[in-house]
Design a protein around this ligand. Structure first.
Ligand code: ACO
Length: 335
């Protein structure tokens, strides 16, 4: 990589956790009018993980966070701040990051959530980078993408319930040591709030407070205009990838591996065709987990590292899109 060759922060450790409970397409076909064949053909998803009763979003976030801290060679007490990207917080407030702090036995450090849906991990990565570069109090920031999407799914709606799963991915972000050339080279983020109804939960916020009527109408569940979101996703995954490569005078040939948001194999196939990049450059695990929103990119990144697909010196492109609508990409040179 030529441009951005003075990365200021790096991903010091990664970790992920998915609940043990597996929900297969076969299982879902007993609940709604669907089939393994339809789901695999239209999405590429074969199974997903779901939390057990009583397993909270912060529990899986902590499990992923502990692994990231360990892989960074640190102890929880080394963490100076926690940022969690999630659309399924334990409660509306306090933040899930505060719950993670409590469960890690930490005190006093700043903790907050960020809500950018499936782009959440890229948003929290950029925020951690900004904090590390502007405030000397921070040395190791724990960032987590964690989702218990099973809690906001309408399990009688076949158009959405087959798509999503639960999981958590985490990373420890630190300043790059002097002279090192590895790290986060660039991050590009965007949002378009003009059509919030394309993907949302209509009720339960302050605009449409929860009531018997909203419950009866299922307005506390995730609603999605699948076709429009599909079109947006297929366009923006290309745009966000090209934008960050062009800004850094790079081409896809400079990238060793792409970690895309794991929503639908057809979106990734469309991107592969549009950018003329072979499918084997994209890391895929959506067949096993479905769309885990903010957890999707960090879980995939962790699996790519642990399976040896990401190695020291590799140039990694992270790219995501989601509700908001939001999108983002990041260029990372691995250490
Ligand atoms: N099983 C069987 N049939 C189904 C199912 C199902 N699970 N779901 C829908 N169908 C039917 C529909 O009712 C429709 O039937 P009809 O023609 O009789 O009306 C038919 O299948 C085709 O439906 P489409 O909506 O046209 O199916 P499509 O090929 O567009 O796939 C899908 C739908 C998979 C939802 C797709 O639109 C998609 O992936 N959208 C993007 C989702 C996404 O990426 N979200 C990312 C952001 S998520 C976040 O940020 C939280």
């Amino acid at each position: 990589m030529t441009a951005g060759n003075n990365p200021s922060v790096y991903i010091k450790g990664v970790g992920s956790y998915v609940p043990e409970k597996i929900l297969t397409n076969q299982d879902l076909s007993k609940v709604v009018d669907t089939s393994d064949e339809w789901i695999v053909t239209r999405t590429g998803i074969k199974e997903r993980r779901v939390c057990e009763n009583g397993q909270e979003c912060s529990d899986i976030a902590v499990a992923a966070g502990r692994k990231a801290i360990e892989s960074a060679g640190l102890h929880p007490s080394d963490i100076d701040a926690i940022i969690v990207g999630t659309i399924t917080p334990d409660m509306i407030f306090p933040s899930t990051a505060c719950m993670v702090q409590k469960k890690l036995g930490l005190e006093n450090i700043p903790c907050t959530d960020v809500q950018a849906a499936c782009t959440g991990f890229l948003y929290v990565l950029d925020m951690a980078r900004g904090m590390l570069l502007t405030n000397h109090r921070y040395n190791n920031i724990l960032i987590i993408g964690a989702e218990k999407l099973s809690s906001i799914i309408d399990w009688s709606d076949r158009s959405t319930c087959v798509l999503f799963g639960d999981g958590a991915g985490a990373a420890v972000i630190a300043r790059t040591p002097a002279g090192a050339t590895y790290g986060v080279n660039d991050i590009y983020l965007g949002a378009d709030g003009s059509n919030p109804e394309l993907l949302n939960i209509p009720a339960g916020g302050s605009s449409l407070t929860a009531s018997e009527a909203t419950l009866a109408q299922g307005q506390h569940f995730l609603k999605m205009n699948g076709k429009e979101v599909f079109k947006f996703a297929s366009r923006v995954i290309v745009q966000a990838s090209e934008e960050i490569l062009n800004a850094n005078n790079l081409s896809m040939d400079d990238v060793d591996i792409i970690i895309p948001h794991q929503a639908n194999i057809r979106i990734i196939e469309n991107a592969s065709k549009a950018m003329k990049v072979p499918m084997d450059k994209f890391f895929i695990n959506l067949d096993r987990y479905g769309n885990t929103s903010a957890a999707s990119v960090p879980v995939a990144m962790d699996e790519a590292v642990s399976s040896g697909l990401i190695q020291a010196g590799h140039h990694v492109l992270l790219v995501a899109f989601g509700a908001g609508l939001t999108w983002g990409s990041a260029l990372v040179k691995w250490h």
